[in-house]
Design a protein around this ligand. Structure first.
Ligand code: ATP
Ligand code: MG
Length: 362
């Protein structure tokens, strides 16, 4: 029996409402003789905590996160509570920097064809992963761009160190997916190497990593063409890896393909730590009404089980990650318990109960 401590940031707005049922589901799985046990340490951070205490990210919370095996988080921030320095740098961005989480992992998987705005041809499946570099690129000068009266400048920064780690991660993920029977062991570098020398540099390091993996295949695509292809033939892709800003934009396109932010999970992963959180924000407009869609949060938790399983070589965790994902897919495909944002009438609790029931049945 292996023990894992999970640091939990419940977030603001709908955050706690979607986190609680997710923890219930995880507790249920981990007690089911799968060879692991999860303990949850709920730690404060975010806008509501700042309003109460004058502190948005207590050092103790950071310590718990650093010590934990993995971190679950739902979005922080409330429209009427701003941090004192006026910036929107919130703990969820801070934590990425402080734990060196360079790879933003956004699976683009259509859980139920009825939710996607695209028509998927028979025999095709949309199941690829977008990896977004998350610490530099065009976000490097975030908040520190130079603005003069008639001119403004920002910096695009690509470093060898981060790019190498990013590409190693991308190829390892492609290999893992291939071994799980998903994808064909193919990685595509998405850049703009025809215009920017920084991206030619990016591509060079990608090619060097590709050469270390003769068992996998690779190619390149320009980001503008990729935006077109993601709509025209998204079933052709396996692992895409790209710069920060390009990844930011393409991941919203990916969420659109899946059926919206309500079914889009994500992870921010480094060499030693990882944070799992839904792509959507804190949705203050519907908070406290029991209406929030918990599916993206639950899918993020499934990604956490999968990542823990891979990094600890634990088959029980891997199996439960797959089970949980399948249970959500089952509920979404059946379509009778959908939340309002997905066109249904179910509340948070009904949706979570449906996933529980699917786990019991499956
Ligand atoms: P942020 O700046 O935190 O990213 P945002 O402005 O992008 O916030 P969200 O909080 O993601 O906004 O909400 C955008 C819209 O989507 C809102 O109308 C919100 O109610 C809805 N929404 C977001 N997440 C969910 C969810 N899990 N369930 C239902 N509706 C949601
Ligand atoms: Mg947003």
């Amino acid at each position: 029996m292996q023990n894992f401590e999970i640091a939990v940031f419940e977030g603001d707005g709908i955050g706690p409402e979607i986190m609680r049922p997710t923890l219930d589901i995880l507790s249920k799985l981990s007690s089911a003789a799968s060879g692991y046990n999860l303990t949850f340490s709920i730690v404060p951070a975010g806008a509501a905590h700042y309003a109460k205490s004058g502190e948005s990210f207590p050092e103790h919370s950071m310590d718990v996160a650093r010590r934990a095996s993995a971190i679950l988080l739902s979005a922080m921030g409330l429209p009427d509570i701003r941090y004192p320095d006026g910036t929107e740098i919130s703990p969820q961005i801070d934590i990425r920097k402080r734990l060196d989480l360079f790879a933003g992992v956004r699976p683009v998987r259509v859980h139920a064809a009825t939710l996607s705005p695209l028509t998927i041809p028979n025999g095709k499946e949309i199941d690829f992963v977008l990896i977004r570099e998350s610490t530099e690129g065009l976000f490097y000068s975030q908040g520190c761009g130079e603005v003069e009266e008639n001119e403004a400048r920002e910096t695009l920064r690509i470093t060898r160190d981060v790019s190498q780690k990013l590409f190693q991660f991308a190829f390892a993920l492609a290999a893992q997916r291939k071994s799980q029977g998903r994808g064909r062991g193919h990685v595509t570098c998405v850049d703009k190497a025809n215009v920017f020398r920084a991206f030619a540099f990016f591509r060079e390091m990608f090619d060097a990593e590709a050469a270390r993996h003769p068992e996998l295949t690779s190619d390149h695509a320009y980001v503008d063409a990729m935006a077109l292809w993601m709509v025209q033939r998204p079933w052709d892709f396996d692992v895409l890896v790209t710069e920060n800003m390009f990844g930011d934009i393409l991941s919203d396109l990916g969420a659109g393909i899946m059926g919206g932010l309500g079914v889009a999970p994500s992870a921010d992963i480094g060499l030693e730590h990882a944070v799992f959180q839904p792509c959507h924000g804190s949705a203050p407009d519907i908070a406290g009404q029991g209406l929030a869609n918990p599916f993206a949060m639950i899918l993020s938790a499934a990604m956490m089980l999968d990542w823990l399983g891979v990094t600890h070589d634990h088959s029980g965790l891997l199996a439960d990650g797959a089970r949980l994902q399948a249970a959500v897919d089952h509920v979404l495909a059946r379509g009778d318990v959908l939340t309002r944002d997905l066109g249904g009438a179910a509340g948070t609790e009904d949706a979570a109960q449906a996933v529980m029931a699917a786990l019991d049945a499956g």
